[in-house]
Write a protein that binds this ligand. Structure first.
Ligand SMILES: [Zn+2]
Length: 158
């Protein structure tokens, strides 16, 4: 399936997309994705340059953590959708689409690779869909995504 990436087989047709740096998602439960709007420096070069920079940290535990996170960039292929996640999956969860977006500036699991892409000139979009049962929609989207692409989005935890 190499032709359907424009909208990944229509999977995210009903999502709202905004530039990740200015996105204003609602304080609601839902499913969110990260999408590449424009590519910058090739991933191989990003990996090379970040690996040089990380060496200078001289703090092994931090270096290992950053290397592991940033290395996920190597999974980026033709598909512009690089992450699928949900906000507010558990009944008691207070996570919202807005909260997840804020985590990308703070403590999100895909934060370092996202920062690296932005630093190297990539344009990224945060997309979301409000959904009262986000866990079910997230699982369904990941299942369908995998059927189209034979893998999960590049930065999604395995
Ligand atoms: Zn795709």
């Amino acid at each position: 399936m190499s032709t359907g990436h424009q909208d990944c087989g229509g999977l995210f047709k009903s999502f709202t997309f905004q530039d990740i740096r200015g996105a204003n998602p609602p304080k609601e439960k839902g499913v969110y994705v990260l999408r590449i709007a424009e590519r910058g420096t090739p991933v191989s070069e990003i990996l090379e340059q970040t690996s040089q920079a990380i060496k200078h940290l001289q703090w092994p535990v931090v270096m290992d953590k950053m290397r592991t996170k940033v290395s996920r960039l190597s999974a980026i292929g033709d598909c512009p959708v690089i992450y699928i996640g949900s906000a507010g999956t558990g009944n008691e969860s207070k996570n919202t689409l807005k909260g997840r977006h804020e985590e990308f500036s703070d403590r999100h699991t895909a934060m370092y690779p996202v920062w690296a892409l932005l630093y190297f000139g990539w344009e990224l979009e945060y997309g979301w869909k409000m959904e009262p049962r986000p866990g079910e929609l997230e699982a369904a989207l990941k299942r369908q995504y995998r059927q189209h692409h034979d893998s999960l989005p590049a930065l999604t935890a395995r």
